[in-house]
Design a protein around this ligand. Structure first.
Ligand code: FAD
Ligand code: UDP
Length: 428
């Protein structure tokens, strides 16, 4: 009996001991688990933090391998760069010119921002695009309201009630419409001439379109595609705003400010042609974003795509106001330039600039392109469109290269189109 109770007592001691050591072990396990969980949460947090901070992005520029190597620091390359970095990707840019911004680059001359590669007005109907660019810099409200000069007469552009009044003395939309209906072309539209004649009739075509267009393209209007002229709005109101878009403006501090912000902390290798050492640069990244000429990328194997080029003769004039407007088009073929740009009028709200006793004026000449010149306008005629198709087929097979922007897609893009295209790459 005694033995039995002793045995039971021992068993109970044993049980007590067991349960107290098991409790201690449980607590220990719990603490270890909590510590492990806390450490994991902290390390994930730090990883996220590291990917996002600009400091890390800066450090990453010293890497030898990147997620993206971007060819060209124009609007396409710069927007892509910004959005890729927002996703924590590493990027590096190779740029042929010694400046960033591509054709948006502005030069400061006598305190005035000169749009070095032609007048650029940002316009879009897409609020997402507008909000995106406004994130980087403030925009000056600006509407392009050019005039066409023919002999000693000035006509309002785009074609609107003022233009019809100046041409025919008409006073109402109905009178203007009747005047156009009398002379417009009703047949099938096969080219730019048909298109213009069917939109605005013979008078406007002959006075304000034919000369300007043939000077700009150095081709006869019947040999040009109709879509070129579709960009010009035609209205029966007194609205003289060149663009229909709801949001319009020019960055305060010009486009350099916008581009610089998009390129914050990014290494940009200037004055370097990607195509001169393609192999080396291709190895530097998982993916290439190529915004150069598509035919050049493929060593012109099917031939060269053609462009129109533009030359600007810039003059500093000793006057505060030379022509009273940012843009004046010259409709006559006898005048060698297509338009004259007076840059200070792109900053109408900048009192300091307006009061300067100097002004910078650019005479814009449209010229035939050759290899030594910058290509500005793709010539989207049948021959070039066929050629582009062949290069596009090759481009589609390059799985690690995205071909983007005006040169790689051989297409005239407005700035808003470029940003919309980049958005698509990020599913925005
Ligand atoms: P780009 O600006 O040409 O940039 C491409 C960059 O790639 C360049 O910097 C180039 O040097 C670089 N590059 C090319 N090849 C290589 C290589 N092999 N290696 C390294 N770098 C390379 N749009 C509007 O919305 N409003 C306007 O008012 C307007 N006005 C315009 C006026 C003119 C005269 C012209 C020509 C265009 C105008 N545009 C306007 C269109 C606007 O310029 C384009 O939408 C925009 O510049 C396209 O950007 P991108 O990056 O595709 O090309
Ligand atoms: N255009 C014209 N007369 C003008 C302005 C334009 O006939 O005064 C025609 C011309 O064919 C030109 C097209 O309209 O190529 C588009 O003009 P826009 O000003 O949009 O072209 P940009 O040169 O600014 O790209």
């Amino acid at each position: 009996m005694e033995d039995d109770s002793l045995q039971r007592a021992n068993i109970s001691d044993f049980n007590d001991n067991y349960s107290s050591s098991s409790n201690k072990k449980n607590t220990k396990c719990l603490i270890i688990t909590i510590v492990i969980i806390m450490l994991s949460v902290l390390s994930v947090y730090f990883l996220i933090l590291l990917r996002k901070t600009p400091k890390e992005q800066k450090e990453k520029t010293n890497l030898t391998h990147y997620d993206y190597l971007i060819v060209g620091a124009g609007l396409y390359g710069s927007s892509f760069n910004y959005l890729a970095r927002q996703e924590g990707k590493t990027t590096i840019i190779v740029e042929k010119r010694n400046t960033t911004g591509g054709n948006l680059y502005c030069e400061n001359v006598e305190g005035i921002f000169v749009h070095k590669y032609g007048a650029h007005i940002f316009h879009t109907d897409n609020k997402k695009v507008w909000d995106f660019v406004n994130n980087f810099t403030e925009f000056t409200p600006f509407q392009n309201q050019p005039f066409a000069k023919l002999g000693n007469s000035l006509y309002s552009l785009p074609f609107n009630m003022w233009t019809y009044h100046q041409l025919w003395g008409v006073l109402t939309p109905e009178e203007a419409q009747n005047k156009i209906d009398e002379q417009k072309y009703h047949g099938e539209v096969k080219n730019l001439e048909d298109q213009a004649m069917s939109l605005v009739g013979k008078d406007i075509y002959e006075k304000l379109i034919k000369g300007y267009t043939e000077k700009q393209w150095e081709r006869e209007c019947p040999n040009l595609p109709s879509f070129i002229i579709k960009r010009l709005p035609t209205r029966f109101t007194f609205d003289t705003n060149y663009f229909n878009d709801r949001y319009q403006g020019i960055p305060v501090g010009c486009y350099n400010k916008l581009i610089d912000k998009m390129l914050t902390d990014t290494e940009v290798i200037l004055s370097t042609d990607f195509n001169k050492d393609r192999e080396k640069y291709t190895k530097m990244a998982d993916k290439i974003i190529y915004t150069g000429k598509i035919d050049e990328y493929f060593d012109y194997k099917f031939g060269k795509l053609e462009y129109r080029t533009v030359r600007w003769d810039n003059e500093i004039k000793d006057t505060d106001n030379y022509q009273g407007n940012a843009v004046i088009n010259y409709a006559s073929k006898a005048v060698p330039y297509t338009r004259v740009i007076e840059h200070k009028h792109f900053e109408p709200h900048n009192k300091e600039v307006q009061e300067l006793k100097k002004t910078v004026v650019s005479y814009e000449f449209s010229e035939e392109w050759d290899d030594t010149k910058e290509g500005y306008y793709p010539v989207n005629d049948e021959k070039n469109s066929e050629l582009y198709k062949k290069y596009k087929e090759l481009a589609d097979q390059e799985k690690n290269v995205i071909f983007g922007g005006r040169l790689a897609q051989y297409k005239y893009f407005d700035m808003k189109d470029i940003i919309e295209d980049v958005f698509k790459q990020f599913n925005i």
